[in-house]
Design a protein around this ligand. Structure first.
Ligand code: NOJ
Length: 767
């Protein structure tokens, strides 16, 4: 403790000196500190146990306080509450020999207590200001409550809707994924690379799960990944790199293997690529028990896999205690060098130094700030605004000559469905710091906003799913839907009685929030059985039905898309979702979200994504389905129910043809592509204008379209705006067979339109 005070006093320069000077000071400080450290204390810095009430994995850490005193803990995660964290930090700085402060981490994924839409929903806003703002507010709240490190952003490209964790990422697209990765890091750590992490409301980001975690076989969580380097480089790796370039100070290793070697022990990944090619200078933490799990992968015993992890480039061990238990022995036996240990230890200490913890171990513990900031009115208002940007209007047909949505604020609404009156399911998966009863249920949100004008009759209508055991698995972590003991018929009859009295039926159906997220893969991604029956019966009444979907992944809703007049995709919109839904359903806000994952017709089409390769036997125009000896199924055509980039508005937009400032350019030149978009409806609205490019001939096969730009514009009725995209080599280049980044001359198609199926195109020749 005394040593740290003396050293810290000499190092009171964070935030005021030049970066180089700061780095020199930091190096000197850490050199001096490490000279004092025993081998055990160095190993202790690499140890990250779990503590507290929040459960995010199977194994638990024991004797945490004793370990902290013994200098065996570098960081701790899942402990919530500023008083508790302050006390634990006190133990670290006052009762351990050297008094090294510890890092406090948490899965602050889409908000702290003020919860924003699940990341998949947030990505559908295509609004980088909103994405950054949500991360900023999350950082403000978490940091005031003692947290200085978040395990976010998750940037895994995910194309298989069976995988439950698609809810936690930004969908299927590489370009959009990079933009969102950068915005999240800016929100957590700060915008300016020189001054990031200096303020007490800026927290360390952890980009995860490195790498390729979203590509598990069969959409099964934790499953094997096998992928060509060309695909990795062109489609999967860029979002991790983008987050690192935006300054992300830590990286989390993924559970999966790459080329037959688990990521946690993969030297090519963690050293050659991450450190040598990408110049990452932060630290790498394993995922939960990632080191131990290498024994299950069949790579060796705990000592062997632990040595492999540190030799590969892992710095911190989450929960396995492989470093704590075996590293000293491996060093003594010459299997790991002191240099490897020193390097890892230094990286952890550097992170603490950059965060300012040596200067003030309680920098992130401010009870007054916690009271003022956590879940305050301003943050909640922002969550409401941002949630309304994440909803996607999938369908809106006329009913009796008038579009069904927005609803009028009068008459009687029958609000029906197992997701209509649950508080705990509103925030969505991975909202671990949220208070469970804080968010209003959908029903309460409607009552609070329009209850004085509209009569709302509620009926549950059905359970989540007929199988009670399935429902239990799908509503863990206190997210119960309170399974109803009545028969299906009794529940349905009650719903039909409510429907009979109503002018409009709003059906709140889909998944419980824990049907997506970690370890929540589904082999059947339709709306569950009893809910489908309920929906069909509601439609049979002949009353207009609005389907509000709660779900953490694309669902197979072909039947619903054909038979229900209006569908609003709500995802899980966070703590203010209920009022935000009311804003959109009653037209105070015009929906503007667009899908960031393809909605397939059938689960058998997974992985479904727009940026496919043409193959040697393309079907081409889907209207030609079925053709023998072409890429198509016998039983389902290739078109998705809703494509990537799709979403409607209460107004309509028209696009002009695409014009190019020149039809030819050199690989190092640039041109401008333009369209004029007009609001042809009668209300103000926002449109997400999307630029796609296709490289027609390449030395390796190229996707049929790739997103390369977008702009979200607001237009008044009758207003037109010209949207311009500058196209240069960064939009045309790709990694060739030798993994060199190249632009290959030839013909490119430039598409600008409202979704990934746009055919609005111009031709560009690159010389
Ligand atoms: C396992 C998850 O894969 C990871 O995303 C999370 O950050 C850790 N558990 C810690 O909860």
């Amino acid at each position: 403790m005394r040593l740290i005070c003396m050293l810290a006093a000499a190092a009171l320069i964070v935030g005021c000196a030049e970066t180089n000077q700061t780095n020199r000071e930091m190096d000197r400080f850490i050199d001096d500190l490490m000279k004092e450290m025993t081998i055990e204390e160095k190993i202790g810095q690499l140890n990250l146990p779990v503590s507290g009430e929040i459960v995010t994995g199977q194994a638990k850490s024991s004797n945490v306080a004793e370990r902290i005193k013994a200098g065996e803990v570098g960081g701790l995660f899942n402990l919530k509450g500023v008083e508790q964290i302050k006390e634990v930090q006190r133990i670290a700085v006052e009762e351990s020999r050297l008094g090294i402060p510890i890092l406090f981490g948490m899965d602050v994924i889409h908000g702290y207590e003020t919860i924003f839409p699940i990341p998949l929903g947030l990505s559908c806003s295509w609004d980088m200001e909103a994405v950054e703002r949500s991360a900023r507010i999350a950082a403000e709240e978490a940091s005031s409550d003692g947290i200085c490190w978040t395990f976010s952003p998750m940037v895994d490209i995910s194309r298989d809707a069976r995988w439950g964790r698609v809810s936690e990422g930004s969908g299927e697209d590489t370009y959009l994924g990079c933009e969102i990765a950068k915005a999240m890091v800016r929100g957590y750590q700060g915008e300016d690379l020189e001054t990031q992490l200096q303020r007490n409301d800026q927290i360390l980001a952890c980009v995860k799960h490195f790498a390729l975690y979203g590509a598990g076989e069969g959409g099964l969580d934790y499953n094997t990944v096998d992928m060509s380097r060309v695909r990795m480089y062109n489609e999967y790796l860029s979002p991790y790199k983008a987050a690192i370039e935006a300054g992300a100070g830590s990286v989390m290793a993924s559970f999966n293997e790459i080329d037959g070697v688990p990521a946690t022990g993969n030297k090519w990944l963690m050293t050659d690529l991450l450190r040598e090619d990408w110049k990452f200078d932060g630290f790498v933490v394993t995922d939960y028990t990632g080191i131990f799990e290498m024994t299950n992968h069949g790579i060796g015993n705990l000592q062997e896999v632990t040595a492999q992890a540190i030799n590969a480039g892992i710095d911190m061990d989450m929960v396995s205690e492989g470093f704590l238990g075996t590293l000293k022995k491996s060093i003594e036996e010459g299997k790991v060098s002191m240099k490897e240990l020193d390097t890892a230890c230094r990286r952890i200490l550097e992170a603490k130094y950059r965060l300012g913890l040596f200067e003030n171990p309680y920098k992130y513990c401010d009870e007054e700030r916690a009271k003022a900031e956590v879940y305050n009115d301003e943050h909640r208002a922002e969550a409401r605004r941002i949630a309304s940007e994440s909803f996607v209007l999938l369908k809106n047909e006329p009913f009796k000559g008038k579009k069904l949505l927005p609803l009028e604020k009068k008459g009687t609404i029958a609000l029906i469905g197992p997701l209509a009156d649950t508080r705990t399911n509103m925030p969505g998966t991975w909202s671990v710091a949220a208070k469970h009863d804080q968010a209003l249920s959908f029903r309460e949100g409607l009552e609070q906003t329009v209850g004085d004008k509209v009569d709302i009759i509620y009926a549950k209508g059905s359970n989540l799913v007929s199988d009670a055991a399935y429902e239990e698995r799908a509503t863990m972590f206190g997210r119960s839907l309170h399974r109803d003991n009545r028969t299906d018929k009794q529940m349905l009859d009650e719903a039909l009685r409510a429907a009979a009295k109503a002018d409009v039926i709003v059906a709140a159906l889909g998944e419980a929030s824990e049907m997506s997220g970690e370890s929540s893969s589904r082999a059947d991604i339709s709306i569950p059985d009893v809910q489908q029956t309920l929906l069909k019966e509601l439609l049979k009444t002949g009353k207009p039905v609005v389907l509000v979907l709660f779900n953490g992944r694309p669902l197979t809703i072909e039947w619903e898309s054909e038979n229900v007049p209006a569908i609003l995709e709500a995802w899980f919109g966070g703590s203010e979702a209920a009022v935000a839904l009311s804003d959109v359903l009653f037209g105070d806000v015009n929906p503007s979200g667009k899908l960031t994952m393809t909605f397939p017709k059938h689960v058998g089409q997974c992985p479904a994504y727009y940026a496919q390769k043409n193959t040697g036997r393309p079907l081409g125009d889907n209207s030609r389905w079925f053709e023998k000896f072409k890429v198509n199924y016998l039983d389902v055509d290739n078109a998705p129910v809703y494509p990537f980039g799709y979403g409607l508005s209460y107004t309509t937009f028209e696009y002009s043809d695409v014009t190019l400032s020149a039809s030819e350019m050199t690989a190092d030149g640039s041109i401008t592509a333009q369209v004029t978009v007009t609001n042809t409806g009668d209300r103000e609205g926002k449109e997400i204008v999307q630029l796609y490019i296709r490289d027609m001939v390449g030395s390796i096969t190229r996707p049929i379209k790739e997103l390369k730009g977008f702009e979200k514009i607001a237009l008044a009725p009758g207003e037109s705006k010209t949207v311009s995209f500058e196209i240069d080599r960064t939009d045309l280049e790709f990694f060739n067979y030798n993994l060199e980044k190249v632009v290959e001359p030839g013909e490119f198609k430039i598409f600008i339109g409202k979704d990934s199926q746009t055919t609005n195109e111009a031709t560009l020749i690159v010389k």
